[in-house]
Design a protein around this ligand. Structure first.
Ligand code: GCW
Length: 722
């Protein structure tokens, strides 16, 4: 008997142990919407005293998802089951409802605030009424109310005081949109976090609950649009069979204020329409797009519109018919205009038939068309003139088309930044681009002002991000890369935000409110962007990635049929030095910038060293600002990058007490991969460039672990994301 109960006890003990372990397990699925119980007792008491009940007005689906979110959020944060009931007289209450639905006894106090909000902006304000405090969340629209709800939950998750809360916040940009490069077979171009979220085969009948969580996450950071399909487009998405599936997704996303957009393959009238041409001036083609568009709007009345990659990297476009980008974009714009839709037409174009510097081609092709695009067209421009490199100077098109709305295209997925294995905090990169000064209307004409429309008074504005999301359980492959989705959304909402503040918001919600964790981890995240530049592409080197998959270094590649696909085209290393001369003595790409910027980049002494080899072909013996020669400086930079990853590892290892075991371990394993790969980059690049510099590695730089030939022989036929 005694023996038996001992056994039972030990089994119970094991069970309790397992349960306590699993209750701490966190696979990252909940992103920054963790809603963990508030640990600070005093704060918890205050929150619960301020929110004893919730009253809502309005009966839209958006209001009902806002209520669900509050129940979920408060239940978690307060540590008990929180249920909304509308009978709260005599209590301190949270009141939610749009201006039109809010009781006048509240809205009469908010006239001034309401006049200040724009778009789907919101107000959160505490009022004292009849002895009780009422926290009001209101907006012009129900989606604005939902954004306010998420904002209040963020304040509480971040342990901010909500006593006398008074926030007015409006998005500064209209279209805040994710671009999925997702194919219909569920592979994701340049996707490193599993397969596509969209289960096309089971849609429309099977609605994965993940679609709802995707929409919640996006709404929580203000993202209001999603392009479901790859810009390398497949016309089949426009057939009834697929449109029914698209409608099912649009129905799930609608309450969250998330509109659906599709990529339009320019040759669709031929491929699925049975026409002989896709010429944008052909009347049958025009009619085909009008009918197709009307068909889409019939089942998806708030369909957002089309995103188009035309005449780029083999995609069809108007130039196949001797027409131009204006002809193509305007034809599609006319088709969506009656329904309030937009066309996002990409400026990522370059041609193997154009011998000029690839960095110049988009500007040369598009800027002359300024003023000719219809009002509902945005030209979508990548942040730099080449292609999402670890660092690029801002694209010269920004500010150069005063009569045309230009929207930003960032990459959130890390095609050239270590895939989903390297911890790189991208909002720091986005911030650098937004803060760059175009000088188009004098000093202070930042890219942020081009994008938010204030520089040239644009009627429509947008920011797009190529997502890093896949069906991995933690969405982004690496826990810290969730911060890039988060930070993208926050900067799309307001391009003037600071990346360090965004990092702190994210850490508090995702991991911990403990300052001992927040401060060092924030520092690490901010630094991580420069670290990757150091071990991959220091001093303005660019596009020296291995062919096709872009995994790892390949500065030696020079045998591809198109010159501008070869790394050797970009670094131009020789016995004299390294770098691409884009000044007036070279390709003259600098002339595409405003005179002040061109002047700065034309002179090697005023070019910021971070962009040196982007603009200049520089001698190996050139003296850098730190007195090192370029060769030594470059080698030391590579080493610094590696050392900084080592520091990230030690820091992370010292943080175990603040992080749940699963996420701790997974991040740790990823950092070890990053360290290995940083060394690979350092060794392969330095061995390669050393053939030209013919100089030894300076003191302090570790000896390479393999020979150049060994690095060159590495093959990765199954690297992800192709
Ligand atoms: O960077 C290149 C990528 C392609 C991508 C293209 C683009 C979708 O390597 O995979 O194609 O950019 O932006 O269109």
């Amino acid at each position: 008997m005694i023996l038996f109960s001992k056994k039972v006890f030990s089994l119970l003990y094991i069970l309790i142990f397992i349960l306590s372990f699993t209750s701490h397990a966190n696979d990252g699925y909940n992103l920054w919407l963790q809603y963990k119980k508030v640990e600070n007792k005093q704060l918890l008491k205050n929150y619960m005293a301020s929110i004893q009940g919730v009253e809502s007005s309005g009966d839209s689906k958006t209001i009902s998802v806002a209520k669900q979110e509050l129940e979920k959020g408060f239940s978690g944060l307060f540590g008990n089951v929180f249920q909304i009931d509308d009978n709260n007289s005599g209590k301190n209450t949270l009141i939610i409802g749009s201006e039109a639905n809010l009781d006048v006894k509240y809205s009469k106090y908010l006239k001034n605030e309401l006049s200040k909000i724009e778009r789907d902006g919101f107000i959160i304000k505490q009022l004292k009424i009849e002895g009780n405090t009422k926290i009001i969340i209101t907006a012009k629209t129900d989606v604005g109310v939902l954004y306010g709800v998420f904002r209040l939950l963020r304040e509480i998750q971040s342990y901010k005081s909500i006593e006398n809360i008074n926030i007015i916040d409006s998005p500064k940009v209209d279209v805040r949109i994710l671009n999925h490069w997702d194919n219909l077979d569920r592979t994701v171009e340049r996707g490193y976090a599993g397969f596509s979220l969209w289960d096309w085969h089971r849609l429309p009948d099977y609605i994965d609950s993940r679609y709802v969580d995707y929409a919640r996450a996006n709404a929580s950071i203000g993202i209001n649009g999603t392009v479901l399909t790859n810009v390398n487009a497949n016309a089949l998405i426009l057939t009834p069979h697929y449109l029914e599936k698209v409608k099912a997704l649009a129905d799930v996303f609608r309450p969250y204020g998330l509109k659906v957009y599709l990529t339009a393959r320019f040759s669709a009238p031929i491929e699925i329409g049975g026409l002989e041409t896709a010429d944008p001036l052909n009347t049958e083609v025009i009619q085909w797009w009008k009918d197709k568009t009307a068909e889409i709007y019939k089942s998806i009345p708030d369909f957002g519109g089309y995103l188009v990659k035309a005449n780029s990297e083999g995609q069809p476009g108007p130039q196949n018919y001797e027409r131009n980008h204006v002809d193509g974009a305007n034809m599609l714009a006319d088709a969506v205009a009656p329904f309030g839709g937009i066309v996002m037409w990409r400026a990522f174009v370059y041609s193997e038939h154009d011998p000029t510097d690839r960095a110049k081609q988009a500007y040369s092709e598009f800027v002359p068309y300024d003023g000719q695009f219809k009002d509902n067209i945005l030209i979508q421009v990548k942040n730099g003139a080449i292609d999402f490199q670890p660092r690029e100077p801002f694209h010269p098109m920004f500010g150069a088309m005063p009569k045309t709305p230009l929207m930003m295209e960032f990459q959130i997925t890390q095609e050239y930044l270590g895939f989903s294995t390297h911890l790189v905090y991208l909002p720091k990169l986005y911030e650098e681009v937004f803060e760059a000064d175009t000088y188009r209307e004098g000093k202070g004409s930042t890219v942020a002002k081009v994008i938010d429309g204030s520089l040239h008074n644009k009627k429509i504005t947008g920011v797009a991000g190529v997502t890093n999301i896949g069906n991995d359980r933690n969405w982004t492959g690496h826990h810290f890369l969730q911060a890039n989705w988060y930070g993208f959304g926050r900067l799309a909402w307001n391009p003037h935000l600071k990346s360090k503040d965004i990092a702190e918001e994210w850490i508090r919600q995702t991991f911990s409110n403990d300052e001992n964790f927040i401060n060092p981890i924030k520092k690490m995240m901010i630094q991580s962007r420069e670290t990757v530049v150091k071990y991959m592409n220091p001093y303005g080197l660019h596009h020296i990635f291995d062919t096709g998959h872009h995994y790892g270094p390949g500065p030696w590649v020079g045998n591809l049929p198109r010159p501008e696909w070869n790394p050797t085209y970009y670094h131009k290393a020789d016995e004299f030095g390294v770098g691409f001369n884009r000044t007036k003595t070279g390709s003259n790409a600098t002339a595409q910038y405003a005179p002040e910027v061109a002047k700065m980049y034309d002179d090697i002494l005023t070019t910021p060293e971070k962009d040196l080899l982007w603009f200049h072909h520089v001698s190996w013996n050139h003296k850098l600002k730190n007195e090192q020669t370029l060769w030594n400086g470059m080698a030391l930079k590579y080493q610094e990058g590696v050392d900084e990853v080592e520091d990230m590892i030690s820091l992370w290892n010292s943080m175990e007490q603040y992080v749940d075991p699963q996420r701790f371990k997974e991040v740790k394993m990823m950092l070890n991969i990053q360290y290995k790969e940083a060394k690979w980059w350092r060794d392969a690049c330095l061995l390669y460039f050393q053939q030209f510099s013919k100089q030894d590695l300076p003191n302090g730089v570790e000896k390479p672990s393999k020979t150049l030939e060994e690095f060159q022989s590495l093959r990765f036929p199954f690297a992800p994301g192709r």
